[in-house]
Design a protein around this ligand. Structure first.
Ligand SMILES: *Cc1c(COP(=O)(O)O)cnc(C)c1O
Length: 441
């Protein structure tokens, strides 16, 4: 990337905002406020802001429930004659409600529609995928993950090993970063594969690392593992809605994600799953089954024999929680409007601006843990403060009192995520000023 030409001061930030083709999207979100004043929210990596349209999306389903009860499952009858007044768009019914998410989600992760499904939550989906894709044998039974994996992923993987009667001390391989670094170590990865490749059943890696914000080269890591015959899965929790993805082309076997971070679908929102097409149609793959994964045309025949739907839909268990899915529709409409290309363009500039300001205002007091190359990260920057604040929770509380919402993770990592959908250059400017003042105080 060309070296940035940012102008210092608030005027510099305002000039960038004036030039921002996506600036109006901010108005589509509810901003947390204090005494009427919007806070600077750099925590979209943890819980994305609420789209204003989410309330209406949920209300629509509540109204439908109230008005139609069980008949809400089925598509609205088409009006017989065209009415003079505009009527709301016909609802397809709850029976196929999940299907409306396939196209926008496929777009975001870079997959075919039949390869993705909105269902459950992330850790549940991870277990479902492991049930299918982690099939240990005597010869091949190990799982390779990163040492600093998100704890839930680690718990899921370890519990699967134990559930199969395996000892994690033997069967869990961990890719550690080089000393002092937070980045995945590609050389160590290759070395681990060279040494254990034939014994590794599954490699599970992040799309974007939750702590450091590193964007992992999906295709590259996948190909290296598949060379040894390992299955490969990705956790896209911090990647979906943050960076453009090409999960199909990566060749990965599966991926999982949640929707409440960059996808702004609300607390505990319904997550999603990708199953590569080469598996999707394989009705014989072992899986944990439920009736919503059963052949749609025969679902209500209540037959004893399970016939999975082809594609990722065939991994569904239950009829989905409509009220937790509705906000996702509201949010995905905004992604569609903005387009991932334009969002990424703004994101690269906004995060580069944050990096530039941190260097300028804090100098040696903030060490960047995120890769410096813009193409190797999403919007989040992780920094380590030197010297570390004595009391991290009170430091974050003081930052919050100064109007900035960010978060802190062990060991001494401050995560700042300027989200291009709703953050302005002015927010980034204000956040760094507040950070400097809090450190100086
Ligand atoms: C956020 C996150 C989770 C959270 O899991 P849930 O099942 O949605 O609670 C899991 N893994 C990673 C990598 C995450 O970033």
């Amino acid at each position: 990337m060309a070296s940035p030409k940012f102008l210092p001061g608030l005027a510099g930030a305002r000039a960038l905002d004036a030039d921002d083709e996506l600036a109006s999207l901010r108005r589509e979100f509810e901003l947390p406020r204090e005494r009427g004043k919007a806070l600077i929210y750099l925590c979209g990596h943890s819980l994305g802001l609420m789209p204003r349209s989410a309330r209406g999306a949920v209300s629509t389903e509540l109204d439908r429930w109230a008005a139609l009860a069980v008949e809400g499952h089925f598509p609205d009858a088409r009006p017989k004659r065209r009415r003079a007044r505009p009527t709301p768009p016909a609802h397809g019914g709850w029976l196929d409600y999940h299907a409306r998410f396939a196209a926008p989600l496929a777009e975001l992760v870079g997959a075919e529609r039949d390869e993705v499904v909105a269902m459950n939550t992330l850790t549940v989906n991870l277990h479902l995928m492991l049930a299918t894709f982690f099939r240990p044998t005597r010869e091949r039974y190990k799982i390779l993950i990163e040492r600093d994996a998100f704890p839930s992923d680690r718990y899921a993987v370890e519990s699967q090993l134990r559930w199969h009667g395996l000892d994690p001390n033997d069967a869990l391989l961990m890719l550690a970063p080089r000393d002092g670094s937070f980045e995945l170590d590609r050389e160590r990865y290759d070395a681990l594969l060279a040494e254990h490749g034939e014994r590794i059943a599954l490699v599970l890696l992040p799309g974007v690392q939750y702590l450091s914000g590193e964007l992992v080269a999906l295709a590259d890591y996948t190909a290296a593992a598949q060379h040894y015959g390992c299955r490969v899965g990705f956790d896209l929790a911090h990647a979906i809605g943050n960076v453009p993805l090409a999960i199909h082309d990566s060749g990965a076997d599966f991926a999982v994600w949640c929707s409440y971070k960059y996808l702004n679908a609300g607390p505990g929102a319904v997550g999603g799953c990708f199953v590569h097409r080469r598996h999707g149609a394989a009705a014989t793959l072992p899986r944990l089954a439920g009736w919503w994964g059963h052949d749609r045309e025969r679902r209500f025949l209540m037959e004893p024999k399970f016939t999975p739907l082809s594609g990722a839909e065939g991994w569904q268990l239950s009829n989905p929680p409509i009220l937790s899915l509705a906000p996702l529709a509201a949010s995905l409409a905004l992604f569609e409007e903005a387009g991932m290309k334009r969002l990424r363009r703004k994101s690269l500039a906004l995060t580069r601006y944050l990096e530039w300001l941190l260097e300028r205002e804090l100098g040696g007091r903030a060490q960047l843990l995120t890769p410096a190359e813009p193409e190797r990260r999403g919007c989040q920057l992780a920094i380590r403060l030197a010297p570390p604040p004595e009391d991290a929770p009170s430091f974050v509380a003081r930052l919050r009192a100064a109007g900035v919402v960010a978060d802190w993770r062990q060991p001494n990592v401050l995560r700042l995520a300027p989200v291009p959908l709703y953050n302005r250059y002015r927010d980034v400017y204000g956040a760094v000023q507040a950070l400097r003042r809090t450190l100086d105080a």
